[in-house]
Design a binder for this molecule. Sequence first.
Ligand code: BGC
Length: 753
Amino acid sequence: MDASFTKNILTMNKKILLILLALSMSSFHQVAAQKINDDNTAIESKIDALLQQMTLEEKIGQMTLYTSDWDVTGPTMRSGYRKDIEAGKVGAIFNAYSVDYVRELQSIAVENTRLKIPLMFGYDVIHGHRTIFPMPLAQAATWNMEAIEHSERIAATEATAEGLNWTFTPMVDVARDPRWGRIMEGAGEDTYLTSRIAVARVKGFQGDNLAADNTMVACAKHYAAYGAALAGRDYNTVDVSDRVLRETYLPPFKACVDAGVGTFMTSFNEVDGIPATGNEYLLREILKKEWDFDGFVVTDYTSIAEMVPHGIVADNKEAGELAVNAGVDMDMQSGIFNDYLAQSVKEGKVKISDIDDAVRRILRIKMMLGLFDDPYKYCDKQRQDTLIYHPEHLAFARAFAAESMILLKNQNQTLPLSKQTSTIAVIGPLADSKKDMIGAWSAAGDFNKSVTVLEGIKAKLPTQRVVFARGCEVDGDDRSGFDEAVTLARRSDAVVLVIGETKEMSGEAASRSEITVPGVQQQLAEALIATGKPVVVVLMNGRPLDLSWLDAHAPAILEAWFPGTQAGHAVADVLFGDYNPSGKLTVSFPRNLGQVPIFYNNKNTGRPMSADKYTSKYLDVANTPLYPFGYGLSYTTFQYDNLKISSPTLTNNQKIEVSVEVTNTGKMAGHEVVQLYVRDLVGSVTRPVKELKDFRKIYLEPGAQSVVTFGITPATLRFLTRDMQWAAEPGEFEVFVGTDSGTTQSVRFSYSP
Ligand code: BGC
């Protein structure tokens, strides 16, 4: 690798840093201080006064959310929502944005209704609003909390410039089944990492001041355990023990409450036989009492009505009663509260105090947003005209996407490709597919604005040196394009093959019973690899796939996920070494579907795998995944030495330090995510073989070394003990530090309080 090449990489890495710095300093990203849980007596007394004026019907109206006719994110549509607004029967609208449209609907509420209570405007701003960032699971692979928070800051900036003030984000469902299409919306299989990312997202959207015109209220979803849907089939039954619920699935939600999240969304699934939307234990007991959450709870879409087919109530009226009694504050889209709740109150089936509490929570958020002071505060045309697709947002989107990609394999340094390569064949059904670049749940993103891989590569090299063939479709068995693709590959010096899933193959209602690369794409890869040319596989997909064949045969594999608006530029930056890949998996990639669910923090069992027959293993496949949690390669190499612990014993109120020397032993500057895992060797209940407890993302020049130090306190060791208390138990612990969850470098200490 020549010196100018290395210099370019450095320039690129510095550029990304500068972009981040500039963005965090620019004026429209500034926010000031206020928290949802702050004691705010002025707001509470205003709510008291308003509640006194409200009729029961007006209260119920506030508890109702309807979709506009702009966008459909669920099975039902409701006509006449404008009339409902005028009748005071609506508290919030979703799927309506743009300054003009929001102003038009808001004016009905604040000019034509008796009490003139402003509406909230919600939307699924999941990975960017107009400027689309990588899908959330890809974002998680950056392990970069500042960048994730910043992406939400930008998303909020754009969304609020188009009239929105409520996002249905973050999705904090821990997910361990790649069949489930919504795995792409979360942060992966680990509870600790999901919690850290959840906090970054809440902070990014809400800032420190909900009343600022560029912040919006966030929504922790889907509460709870939605990611544990049996067999990965969306909306399916969930069956987890209370311990697993509280230890694996709930902590990210608790982290959101602690970060001041304003709203919660129930999930579609049942938990222990009771649908989450009618689950008093989840909503009143845990969320509102134990965690003292003072925001409001909205249902997921028509999940109140769905309690009828769940078989827990006989009809819609009973469903509404169960929901409110369980602790739901706002009904999304079913209209059941408007239809029946007044009658249920009159019959004494629902307490008026519960209605008042729900309305108080909703009005509290509206007041904190400042909507009562200025209901049109998010309707500023100038902000809309200047902030949407702002060049700084696009620059960040490109850098962030490059950072989210994971180098899965790089035999003989096939990558980075040299810009001197005379001809590159860009092949595959996803190589030039604008539609797919932005992935599922891409909000108001316009895919026509997205940059494809072909376009990104053409922007790097003289276009006559880049040739393209589609080869085949993502799905189906048509191989008629193979010959053309193989002919182009033979005439070229390198092949970039872009394959994977379409954007519709993941996201909601997009579970798959297979996790193979669909259609004949793998056969296309086989045909191209057989030419003997260096074939770089660029994957676009919303879930872990079975890559066993590709791993065994393709010289290089780059997991690009769905990278967003700037997809092609970001892929090209990585392929040509203008960015040295640093992404790390936050979900295990299995060797085959039979291993699913597979995750790094499993239990040891009484018969851990060994050469003995009667141990916990398969006859036909290893226990380990193909690529473990935390895994990802770089164009450089990192060496870990001298793992040390400051003391062999940890006592109460004390901290011990674990340190390790990390050296960049390769020729290129790069980032490394140094990961710390702990194993509690003996517990009052069995503990996982490893649990992520901390990590640090560092940047090292070639030859440079850094000592990375982590602190361990009794809090690090806490878990849900046999008597269901969060506590650290005395005993022996093993600490692992390394480049991924497969690391075996460890030291031991004992905890004796
Ligand atoms: C999804 C939610 C989403 C809601 C509103 C539902 O179908 O499960 O995640 O926020 O629709 O669009």
